[in-house]
Design a binder for this molecule. Structure first.
Ligand code: TXA
Ligand code: MG
Length: 318
């Protein structure tokens, strides 16, 4: 069983021998290994049960160090990096040969992120290699936002989880690519589109599909809990037995469902707070053994857009 602790030296020892750890970040916990070590990368894919066509994000501690493994940083990327790194932003940049095809699934770009978490930054500063890390959940399941979430799902497969508290942002980073001078959002995430556009102007948002996706992690039926999750329609309760139904609401309780079956993402209607609670509350409701869980879509602004994206994909039944 994995040990949960705050011992950075211990985490370094595990990473140096090509093994993997649970890594706290401000978005979600990662399953991290040496990005320059094939054995470690292979282990990440195996532990997560993740198909190798789904590339990994490479984490480092500063923009200077990004240059060790990236050929060039376009002007627009540089601007975004200066404003939002460290932070919940991932940039797709042309990779150098030190990054193996295994990390990028054969793509010429590598996904780069500087996490805004004190423990993660301290660890990355002390290492002489960057860390490849996908979210630390089994493939297809909700991302973990606490060390305990990681232990619950991957604890028997990894040795050490660095305890960094609950993730402050709570949803994965926004992923941005640069294609022929065009700025494209490939995954809506913890950095609001409004903030991105305030720096670089209008961007294109690539809506994902379930076939042949550009970023394979964008498969529609991602993030699913085990219990069936549905967006509540107008008349859904007529024929349902409400005592066995859970509800994940935004800021108000559903009038027809018992209060003890409900969790509110943010009673004060704060989208950042809702993002922070989203995955943890999905897990809590999932564990209650309800027949179904109903939820609702949030306002389409700020982090509400990324939250709705997760909800829509969690409710896709395929
Ligand atoms: O917040 C986050 O980004 C977290 C923390 C741990 O940093 N990481 C995370 O990783 O969410 P993961 O592996 O669960 O999602 C990474 C996504 C996948 O959808 C993958 O397809 C996409 O990034 N991706 C990685 N490299 C790419 C590339 N070169 N081109 C296009 N998409 C890429
Ligand atoms: Mg993931």
């Amino acid at each position: 069983m994995a040990i949960i602790g705050k011992d950075i030296e211990r985490a370094i020892e595990v990473l140096k021998v090509g093994d993997v750890i649970g890594l706290p970040t401000e978005t979600v916990y990662g399953l991290a290994g040496n990005a320059y070590n094939t054995e470690a990368i292979t282990k990440i894919f195996t532990v997560k049960n993740r198909p190798t066509f789904d590339p990994l994000i490479v984490h480092t501690s500063s923009l200077e160090r990004v240059n060790e493994f990236v050929k060039e940083i376009p002007v627009q990327a540089q601007l975004l990096a200066e404003h939002f790194m460290p932070g919940p932003l991932t940039l797709l940049l042309p990779k150098k040969d030190v990054i193996s095809d295994l990390v990028t699934s054969g793509l010429e770009t590598v996904a780069v992120r500087i996490p805004n978490h004190p423990l993660a930054l301290e660890l990355l500063q002390k290492l002489d290699f960057p860390l490849a890390a996908p979210s630390a959940n089994p493939f297809g399941y909700i991302s973990p936002t606490s060390a305990q979430h990681v232990a619950n799902q991957l604890g028997d497969k990894i040795k050490y989880i660095l305890e960094g508290g609950e993730c402050k942002v709570g949803i994965e980073s926004s992923i941005i690519g640069f294609f022929d001078g065009e700025i494209v959002i490939l995954r809506k995430g913890g950095l609001a589109i409004e903030e991105i556009e305030s720096i670089v102007g209008k961007v294109r948002i690539e809506e994902h599909s379930s076939s042949n996706p550009k970023a394979p992690g964008m498969l529609k039926s991602h993030y699913a809990p085990r219990t069936q999750l549905l967006v509540a329609g107008e008349s859904f309760l007529v024929e349902e037995e409400v005592f066995n139904i859970g509800y994940l609401g935004y800021d108000k309780y559903h009038p027809s469902i018992p209060h003890e079956n409900q969790l509110l993402l943010s009673p004060s209607g704060n989208l950042n707070e809702a993002a922070k609670n989203l995955f943890a509350y999905m897990r809590l409701l999932d564990a209650r053994g309800f027949e179904k869980i109903y939820t609702e879509l949030l306002p389409e602004k700020g982090l509400g857009r990324a939250i709705n994206d997760r909800i829509k994909r969690a409710t896709t039944q395929e």
